[in-house]
Design a protein around this ligand. Structure first.
Ligand SMILES: Cc1ncc(COP(=O)(O)O)c(C=O)c1O
Length: 463
């Protein structure tokens, strides 16, 4: 089928996530129709090659068509693709659970995660997590613990529970009546923090902030105030993705998680984006020695191959579901623990722990850090922040005042659209440009990604 025919059928019948109709249906807009992938490259129907600059919406770890991952799926397919997980079990899930639990240990001051509940994506992993927490409290004599607190701008997915924990007026305004109330505290966002007295510099705003760490204090106070009504402190540790790759100052995750434990509440970590080395360590929270009572994993779990997610919990939480049958966790999905997904996730975990792959990953982080500094050459770059292999470049109307461009100008979207012509695919968050390469990206490919984005910035924001 020709690319034109794909687009014609698409426009007639399909509906895309987070995509304005006015943009998608505009005849002047030419959607890219992907037919193949190869390492860090995506290839369209005309044979044009693009670097996958955001790892296919933050999912892909080892590149497309990785031989080891492809083989894991083929081998499993030779046995069975899927069977129910209600009342049945299978080896790929059992082995993956054991390997995942070993992989994510590393925090301090709390019992280890020992139970894995599989689902399909980030939203369902968070939904399962919040329900586990509420029900486990209800079944252990603390039914009043139903409140959740999270930072402003938090994004945990689009199911009703996940939306309730999230904090986006733009995304959620039509559903307010469906959502349960949850409290918000200020986002720990140094670049745009009203408490940060530092004048803008050409450096990551976290590195030169001048403040009293008010964000952490405010969160601690809110958590203490919620007291024995608090079910959980909910955090995307160190990087709030959809908020605009907001990167937290060091110590925030530690202080706020300690406060939650002190209040007798759970720490629910959303590592949907940040796990599996994306920010460096196995879990992002490990960088601050923080451990979770419940952690949600998705995106990179299957190496970016198949929809698979997991909610990990401590034994204490699992045991709260002991007793009569009405204590059961009445929650699940038809494709829970899909065998193909589990098989490819095991292969991905193995690669993540391979010493040579680890070295390559470290080199990629280092190269990205070095190259990132070249973005300062453009005067409309206001902040550059990086954790692991996540690079965020925020463009502004005026660097000296941090004044943003008016939102309707959609500068970020226009820059990313222009980047396509230079062979790079990525998506912005507002005016925050994101580069998040697959770990398999070679040094020269990374340079090409950076150059393409810089050319696109220069085109859309002439100096
Ligand atoms: C931190 C975080 N949590 C949850 C989600 C929701 O995941 P999904 O889109 O797989 O439902 C996302 C998606 O971007 C995310 O970044």
């Amino acid at each position: 089928m020709s690319a034109e025919e794909t687009v014609r059928l698409d426009r007639k019948h399909l509906w895309h996530p987070f995509t304005p109709n006015s943009v998608w249906m505009d005849p002047a807009f030419h959607p890219v129709s992907i037919v193949a992938g190869e390492g860090s490259w995506l290839i369209d129907a005309q044979g044009k090659r693009y670097l996958d600059g955001n790892s296919s919406i933050w999912t892909n770890l080892h590149g497309h068509r990785h031989p080891g991952l492809d083989e894991a799926i083929r081998t499993q397919l030779g046995k069975i693709a899927h069977s129910s997980f209600l009342g049945l079990t299978h080896e790929p899930a059992a082995r993956l659970a054991e390997e995942l639990i070993a992989y994510v240990q590393g925090g301090q001051n709390s019992p280890p995660l020992s139970r894995v509940f599989f689902s399909d994506d980030g939203s369902t992993a968070m939904e399962a997590g919040l329900k586990m927490i509420v029900q486990s409290f209800a079944q252990t004599g603390q039914p009043q613990r139903t409140h959740f607190i999270s930072p402003e701008g938090a994004y945990h997915g689009d199911t009703v529970g996940a939306m309730s924990l999230g904090q986006s007026d733009l995304f959620h305004r039509h559903y307010q009546s469906l959502l349960f109330p949850s409290r918000r505290v200020m986002t720990p966002f140094c670049y745009r923090c009203r408490f940060n007295r530092a004048k803008p510099e050409t450096a990551d705003a976290r590195s030169y902030r001048e403040c009293g760490f008010e964000c952490a204090t405010q969160a601690e106070e809110e958590i203490a105030k919620a007291g024995d009504r608090l079910a959980a402190w909910v955090l995307e540790p160190r990087v709030q993705g959809a908020a605009g790759m907001v990167m937290h100052p060091k110590g925030y995750a530690r202080r706020t998680s300690d406060a939650a434990r002190k209040a007798g509440a759970r720490v629910l970590l959303d590592e949907v984006l940040t796990a599996f080395g994306r920010t460096g360590p196995a879990l992002s929270a490990h960088a601050e020695g923080v451990s979770a009572d419940v952690v949600a994993l998705a995106k990179g779990l299957s190496g970016g191959y198949l929809p698979l997610a997991a909610t990990l919990a401590t034994e204490e939480i699992f045991q709260a579901f002991d007793g009569p049958t009405e204590n059961t966790f009445f929650h699940g999905h038809s494709y829970t623990a899909n065998a193909l997904g589990c098989a490819v996730a095991r292969a991905s975990l193995k690669l993540l722990q391979d010493p040579e792959e680890k070295r390559r990953h470290e080199t990629l982080q280092r190269n990205l850090r070095e190259l990132s500094q070249t973005f300062w050459q453009h005067p409309k770059v206001g902040d550059i922040r990086q954790e692991g292999t996540i690079l965020a470049v925020e463009v502004v109307a005026d660097r000296s005042s941090r004044k943003p461009f008016p939102a309707p100008e959609r500068r970020g979207a226009r820059i990313c659209q222009a980047a396509r012509n230079f062979g790079l695919l990525t998506r912005p968050i507002g005016d925050v440009l994101v580069l998040m390469p697959p770990y398999s990206t070679k040094a020269e490919e990374l340079e090409q990604m950076v150059t393409a984005l810089q050319k696109a910035i220069a085109k859309e924001l002439p100096k």
